[in-house]
Design a protein around this ligand. Structure first.
Ligand code: NAD
Ligand code: DAU
Length: 336
């Protein structure tokens, strides 16, 4: 299979490329990525000489460039997006441009080039928060709370319209919070780990009572892979660890503190940074589990290995935090 992966230089996209190259020796992968602040080719440097992998620097909002890149592929997995809720609250423009307009460009390419399959990687945040013990599930109304989640819901609406109107061969996945290696240190888990290694406090928002259903990134990758091979066109799949008991932000913070040998005095209580802060996300993942998927990494195991990864890869995240990683493309991919 020849696959086009958008946003493959980001956190989940780069883990997905690594997952496919390790598990499918004959697959050919094209990584199409604009390299925004969140895109980092150092995430995939071990594959630079691999004949099965190629990189195209491009913007999903550039229809001509995208059509050219997508010629002859068997499937597109569309990860590319602005992904950080806090940034979207401060300025939503880029979120609407990339996450909505960019999604339509990808959908149009699928129609025009008659690409057999596309996955739109969406998020559980489209459902908004939900009171316990209820879990959101496919078919529930969307109730997004931030420009980010609204833009993802809009992209889903465009996909659903294309499925109905053009029988576009699209599937949608909606996953809960991911964590693991190569996550940009702006999201809770990598920000807190790297701050603590640097001796800084961790900004815990709004009392830390909120609930997220954390999933180790390789389990998200295996779920998308399964949808790609066994999913039904036109369907949407909710993906979640369904951690039991559920875990508050305060609890996950305390686990990270303990793994790094730090005390709770390193918590800096913060409020007002995330207006509209969703209290609890929970989705019912029975549909993808009926295809044969289940998570393989427990939250405790995943956090231990994530903390270890950031301890072992200080060069990577220090270059990200300092901004030096942004020179990597010029140094390694451009000859003039
Ligand atoms: P990320 O921010 O780490 O990476 C996004 C990637 O997209 C970057 O490489 C960036 O350069 C690229 N990109 C951004 N705008 C682009 C454009 N206009 N054209 C081409 N490339 C562009 O994001 P992530 O956390 O890896 O998330 C990937 C996808 O998964 C997103 O669609 C996100 O909504 C979804 N998702 C994320 C999570 C999570 O917990 N991180 C959970 C569920 C779903
Ligand atoms: O649910 C899936 C979503 O998970 C994805 O669609 C998004 O792309 C991804 O960014 C993530 O969104 P969240 O907003 O849930 O992730 P974040 O790590 O930013 O925040 C997790 C929780 O931690 C949230 O309740 C806010 C809180 N938080 C976050 C940060 C960055 C803090 O308390 N302090 C922080 O500094």
């Amino acid at each position: 299979m020849k696959l086009l992966i958008t946003g493959g230089a980001g956190f989940i996209g780069s883990n997905f490329i690594r997952y496919l190259l390790k598990n499918y020796p004959d697959e050919v992968l094209i990584n199409f990525d604009k390299l925004t602040y969140a895109g980092n080719l150092e995430n995939l440097k071990e594959f630079e000489e691999d004949a099965r992998y190629s990189f195209i620097k491009g913007d999903v909002c550039d229809a001509n460039a995208f059509i050219e890149a997508a010629q002859g592929v068997d499937a597109i997995v569309h990860f590319a997006a602005e992904s950080h809720v806090d940034r979207s609250i401060h300025s939503g423009h880029e979120f609407i441009h990339t996450n909505v307009f960019g999604a339509q460009v990808v959908i149009d390419a699928v129609k025009e080039l008659k690409i057999p399959k596309m996955i739109l990687v969406s998020t559980d945040e489209v459902y908004g928060d939900v009171d316990a013990p209820k879990k959101s599930k496919d078919g529930d109304p969307f109730k997004p709370s931030s420009p980010y989640s609204a833009s993802k819901a809009a992209a889903e609406s465009l996909a659903i319209a294309a499925i109905r109107t053009h029988e576009a061969p699209i599937m949608i996945t909606r996953c809960t919070n991911n964590y693991g290696p190569y996550q940009f240190p702006e999201k809770l888990v990598p920000l807190f780990i790297t701050n603590l290694i640097e001796g800084k406090k961790v900004p815990l928002y709004d009392g830390g009572t909120q609930i997220r259903d954390w999933l180790y990134v390789s389990d998200h990758c295996s779920a998308i892979d399964l949808v790609l091979r066994k999913g039904t066109l036109g369907e949407a799949y909710d993906i979640a660890a369904e951690n039991d008991p559920e875990v508050t932000n305060r609890e996950i913070t305390e686990t990270v503190l303990a793994l790094l040998g730090k005390g709770n005095d390193m918590i800096e209580p913060v409020s007002g940074l995330r207006p509209g802060h969703d209290q609890r996300y929970a989705v019912d993942s029975s549909k993808i589990r009926s295809l044969g998927w289940e998570p393989t990494v427990t939250l405790k195991e995943g956090l231990v290995s994530t903390v270890t990864w950031y301890q072992d890869n200080e060069d990577w995240w220090k270059r990200v935090k300092s901004g030096d990683y942004q020179h990597y493309y010029q140094q390694h991919y451009q000859t003039s």
